[in-house]
Unconditional design. Structure first.
Length: 470
């Protein structure tokens, strides 16, 4: 199956959508066709899908509404959430839940990554609003499909990259747009995941499939947990939570943290799709992501003189949102504890940290949200707050479901961001390792394909187990 409409979208139309999607986006509800939705005084009927871990935290943020249904394949892992909402109906299969409970208005999805697109698409097809944890999907193709489906269904959507609503994200955008460090040509982003130190890990990577086949724990529906992924015996190295490092289930450190850490950079620099992607890593295999990797994305210059579709920066014209040029830019991602070189001008003793972000401009750099050199920071100390502040990541979505402005990480934003993040994982595939030592991958977002290595296109999507279709 080919990506829907992949060959029917003109380059001009694609780029127009990209510009609209690369800001702190809030659109009137009438644009999404929500004028007939519930009033601001009504309470939404919300269902949770995948509730034992992050889903529990998400639902706590939704308790102003009615939590009417809970779905999880692991009764023991989700027991504390079932107890917290005793009036909610319980399910194992989200398809059955959505079929039986027509009164559901919206769903909150926090399953393992390989279920994200399926749970979200089932809800969208039934006209339900969707909050889905990051990364939006398990594959690049799924991200394109999901964004298209949400747009056509005119449902309210939000991806779970909570930092998009933060003061820090807005401050970074305002500093860049004000020209605090001049045009930005290079960005470095790094994380310590999947490890927290020499003897501690968030989840395992760089390992092979276990040979032991212990019994499935009581209360876990292993077949439903696998869902669209290829069948394999249960093992506690997969669930709960430790699935992130396995190709079949998770998206590794890049998928886990990339949508969080790259989001502010994409907004500040108005980035769209990359032209070139290349990666390097420790030893890789066909089962798990490597222990550490480095992904380099190359982006073209952006036509930032175009009037922005983003209401937060509407009326700001000239060279970029705040009068600054947007030249070609390189973004480098590091995980597994790898870090970039210390930037010239960073005073001795100042730490890069285990997790961080560095933007390098022609006139200085921003480490985290701190401007260097210090003399430059003094010159631009009073940067005006030009972007409206968010009422909160979760509140954005709830208000939008009731007819308010669209959330800042709706799928028109989150879809393209997820596509770019997950393109990086393709460069780590063991099947492509030798080829990718010879050249970097060239990406055409309109044709939806790599133009210089046909074999890489096979990894834009995945095959689904019998009985599962998207």
């Amino acid at each position: 199956m080919k990506p829907s409409n992949s060959g029917k979208v003109s380059r001009r139309r694609f780029l127009q959508h990209s510009v609209a999607a690369t800001g702190l986006m809030i659109l009137p509800a009438r644009v999404l066709g929500l004028d007939g939705g519930p009033s601001a005084n009504n309470r939404l009927n919300i269902a949770g899908i995948g509730i034992g871990g992050q889903g529990a935290a998400n639902l706590r943020q939704m308790e102003s509404e009615n939590i009417v249904a809970l779905c999880d394949v692991d009764e023991r892992h989700a027991a504390h959430v079932f107890q917290r909402y005793p009036k909610a109906r319980r399910f194992r299969d989200y398809r059955k839940m959505l079929d039986e409970m027509k009164e559901i208005d919206a769903v909150v999805i926090a399953t393992p990554d390989h279920h994200h697109a399926f749970a979200a698409m089932e809800a969208i097809r039934r006209g339900k609003h969707v909050y889905c944890e990051k990364p939006l999907t398990h594959s690049v193709w799924e991200a394109r499909r999901l964004a298209e489906a949400a747009r056509q269904a005119r449902v309210v959507t939000q991806m779970g990259n909570q930092g998009q609503a933060s003061e820090e994200t807005r401050a970074l955008c305002e500093a860049v747009w004000a020209g605090a460090i001049g045009p930005v040509r290079e960005v470095h982003i790094w994380t310590d995941r999947p490890s927290r130190g020499l003897f501690e890990e968030y989840w395992p990577q760089g390992i092979d499939r276990p040979r032991e086949t212990p019994p499935v724990p009581e209360g876990l529906d292993w077949d439903l947990w696998l869902g669209p992924a290829p069948a394999r015996p249960y093992h506690p190295v997969y669930a709960p939570f430790r699935w992130r490092g396995w190709w079949d289930f998770g998206t590794g450190a890049l998928g886990d943290i990339g949508c969080h850490a790259m989001d502010p950079v994409f907004r500040a620099l108005k980035l769209g799709a990359p032209l070139i992607v290349q990666g390097s890593s420790t030893r890789v295999n066909a089962e798990t992501y490597p222990l550490g990797s480095m992904i380099t994305y190359e982006f073209p210059a952006r036509d930032a003189s175009v009037q922005s579709h983003n209401p937060h920066i509407r009326g700001l014209t000239g060279r970029g949102a705040g009068g600054i040029a947007m030249p070609p830019c390189k973004v480098v991602w590091y995980d597994g504890g790898l870090r970039p070189p210390r930037p010239a001008g960073l005073p001795d003793g100042h730490l890069l940290g285990d997790n961080g972000r560095l933007l390098i401009g022609d006139e200085g750099f921003i480490l985290g949200n701190r401007i260097y050199p210090l003399e430059r920071a003094k010159e631009v100390a009073e940067i005006p707050k030009t972007i409206p502040r968010s009422p909160g990541h979760y509140i954005e979505w709830i208000q939008a479901c009731k007819g308010g402005p669209a959330p800042g990480s709706n799928f028109d934003w989150a879809g393209p961001l997820t596509e770019t993040v997950l393109l990086g994982n393709i460069t780590l595939r063991v099947q492509l390792r030798e080829d990718l030592t010879r050249f970097a991958l060239r990406w055409d977002p309109v044709a939806f394909r790599f133009t210089n290595l046909e074999e890489a296109n096979a990894f834009l999507r995945r095959e689904y187990r019998a009985g599962w279709t998207l």
